[in-house]
Design a protein. Structure first.
Length: 165
């Protein structure tokens, strides 16, 4: 079993006590942050390189984000579709979208032919599923333009305390 904790700082836009909530997630992870990127699809590229080098695939991705990132099926990976590509790349991987108030569902964006093979491996909700494994990789996406600069600065101070090296 290999697990990824994927955090987009935009998740904390509407959350009470955002720095405390981020710290709680990172303490639970018990794994240093090893990837920090501005654009979420760049995290996906880093996961693929890391996992290829380790000759493994993820079994779980905990996707902590304001968006599900399954908004199109374009061949080119981008910030709006990278989670769709992750689920297609790793066909046994389960994804839980940790979200308090989902704005919509991937089913709205993906055609039935694309949604059908991934929908049983995709879940969403405001809490971590009870048996979800702790991560082997922790990535953080800063999403400039989607997060207020002062909130981003406070959150990145928390991230720095949990970053390896």
């Amino acid at each position: 079993m290999y697990s990824i904790l994927d955090i987009d700082l935009d998740y904390f836009n509407e959350i009470g006590h955002p720095t405390r909530r981020l710290e709680e997630l990172l303490v639970w992870a018990n794994c240093p942050v090893s990837v920090v990127v501005e654009r979420h699809n760049h995290a996906f590229a880093r996961w693929k390189r890391t996992l290829r080098a380790r000759h493994t695939e993820p079994s779980h991705i905990l996707h902590v984000d304001e968006h599900h990132d399954m908004m199109d099926e374009q061949k080119q990976t981008n910030i709006a579709n990278f989670m769709f590509h992750a689920m297609r790349t790793w066909p046994r991987c389960r994804v839980h979208w940790l979200v308090k108030n989902p704005i919509d569902s991937p089913a709205v964006w993906l055609d039935e032919e694309s949604w059908h093979p991934v929908r049983r491996r995709f879940s969403l909700g405001p809490g971590r599923p009870r048996s979800w494994p702790q991560p082997d990789i922790v990535s953080v996406c800063t999403s400039p333009g989607f997060v207020d600069p002062s909130l981003s600065a406070r959150l990145l101070n928390v991230v720095r305390r949990f970053t390896e090296g």
